[in-house]
Design a protein around this ligand. Structure first.
Ligand code: ATP
Ligand code: MG
Length: 437
């Protein structure tokens, strides 16, 4: 017997039973982004490895431990571990930054990172992200954060806290790096091997280390807000004013430094305690240096990425509503061979009008067909037997109330079904409203 092949560790199948949750969050994400004037971009699943080395940064966990890299015909490619690098590459390559600024794009894509799989941490996961290029003022930072907040509100999330910080610009960060080096140097030997190299190359990354030993050492490390230059401080303070104006609560969290190298000034995370240790649902920040670093003209930019698995987990744990999947409107049960082509024709007519219609494809008896119609939750069932064909009249059975409504199998069929379906829909809405009152 052949050995069963299973999916790779850290990946997930999203079956038709689960997909409505994904459709819900994807729709919320799209509608939110569009309401802020962002437009969708689609980029390749893999890029030249160099793109990620130059953007995400060589001292990050992502580059050091988590990339899926393949060599194909002498060129190295990497499955995208995140969406920003590819998006900026695409903006540059397509001349988008020569167009009207700011350029505002969003994406929904899969990312690949070789991590230890656990709840909310996968090897293939999905992000909704936005990037805005061209504007440098703090009102842009507020706009990006407001977009994320708006999305989380639409999803119905409560109990998710916005943490913000500023990690300064290259000028004030140099000062901060010196202070960090001085602080960590006496502990060099105790740090994990990764952090020992970080100490030389990018000491701020040590604050982001997941090792409990490094975290303990970092407990009393100097904090970046004490080192911000005048410009970065003013930017940070204005952002806070705008957030207050927008009624968005936030926490100043000087420990947030973000996992990727390209951030400057504002960084932020939306964190929940409802889904265990992997509580950062959304994370982002400003990255004013990245576009130049990738060969473009110096252009300020900002964005965030939101983990869709973590969003769905949080929504589930908080009992948030997902949009119900579309159900079958009509199931037709043909009782003999002659009824089958009629069932086919009627089905197709209604499908053209946007209804979901099914008929028997399993050669089942009436009882089994009714059971199936129930299982798929069909609103109406119509039996087509010898009598119905002869009289050209059938009954639509409302599966919820059991009520039977006559319908003629002639040129009035389409219109009559439409009327009944609309009536049914309104009844549903009226019932809902009654329940609420
Ligand atoms: P973490 O500290 O949890 O590893 P990160 O800093 O690596 O996060 P980002 O690169 O900022 O994460 O990615 C943005 C968002 O993508 C995260 O906030 C999270 O919601 C999601 N995310 C990141 N890595 C994973 C993963 N392995 N599995 C599921 N979601 C993830
Ligand atoms: Mg990570």
């Amino acid at each position: 017997m052949a050995i069963k092949i299973t999916r790779p560790q850290g990946t997930e199948d999203i079956t038709p039973k689960q997909i409505y949750k994904w459709h819900t969050v994807e729709q919320i994400a799209r509608e939110t982004a569009e309401s802020f004037g962002f437009h969708e971009i689609r980029i390749p699943t893999f890029e030249q490895t160099d793109l990620f080395l130059r953007s995400v940064g060589e001292t990050t966990d992502v580059v050091q431990k988590e990339m899926y890299t393949v060599k194909a015909k002498e060129t190295e490619f990497t499955l995208r571990p995140e969406g920003t690098a590819g998006t900026i590459r695409a903006m540059l390559q397509n001349g988008m930054l020569n167009d009207a600024l700011p350029q505002k794009v969003f994406y929904i894509l899969s990312c690949f990172r070789h991590e230890r799989p656990q709840a909310g941490r996968l090897r293939e996961f999905h992000q909704f992200g936005v990037e805005m290029a061209g504007s440098e003022g703090p009102e842009s930072d507020a706009e990006i954060i407001a977009l994320a907040k708006n999305l989380l509100d639409r999803a119905g999330l409560k109990n998710i806290v916005l943490h913000i910080n500023s990690i300064g610009c290259p000028i004030c960060r140099a000062e901060y790096h010196r202070a960090l080096k001085a602080y960590f140097e006496p502990h060099r030997k105790e740090l994990c091997p990764t952090c020992q190299t970080r100490l030389d190359k990018n000491p701020m990354r040590i604050l982001d280390c997941k090792s409990p030993i490094c975290a303990e050492i970092a407990k009393d490390a100097p904090l970046i807000p004490d080192f911000l230059c005048e410009e970065c401080r003013t930017h940070y303070e204005s952002l806070q004013e705008y957030l207050r104006a927008l009624d968005i609560d936030f926490l100043l969290d000087p420990k947030i430094v973000r996992g990727l190298d390209y951030y400057t000034k504002t960084v932020f995370e939306f964190i929940t305690t409802d889904i265990g240790a992997q509580g950062t649902v959304c994370a982002g920040g400003r990255y004013d240096g990245l576009i130049e670093q990738l060969g473009g003209k110096p252009t300020p930019a900002m964005g965030f990425a939101l983990g869709l698995e973590r969003l769905i987990l949080t929504m589930e744990s908080q009992g948030c509503a997902f949009k119900a999947p579309k159900k079958c409107d009509l199931y037709i049960a043909p009782m003999d061979k002659a009824a089958t082509p009629v069932a086919m024709q009627l089905s197709n007519t209604l499908r053209h009008n946007g209804y979901q219609v099914e008929y028997d494809l399993m050669h089942r008896g009436l009882k089994a067909q009714m059971k199936y119609a129930n299982k798929i939750g069909s609103t109406f069932v119509m039996v087509l037997g010898e009598n119905e064909l002869k009289s050209q009249n059938a009954n639509l059975k409302n599966m919820e109330t059991g009520e039977e409504i006559a319908i003629a199998l002639n040129e009035t069929f389409e219109q009559r079904f439409d009327d009944l379906a609309v009536q049914y829909m309104f009844q549903d809405i009226l019932d809902e409203m009654e329940k609420e009152n």
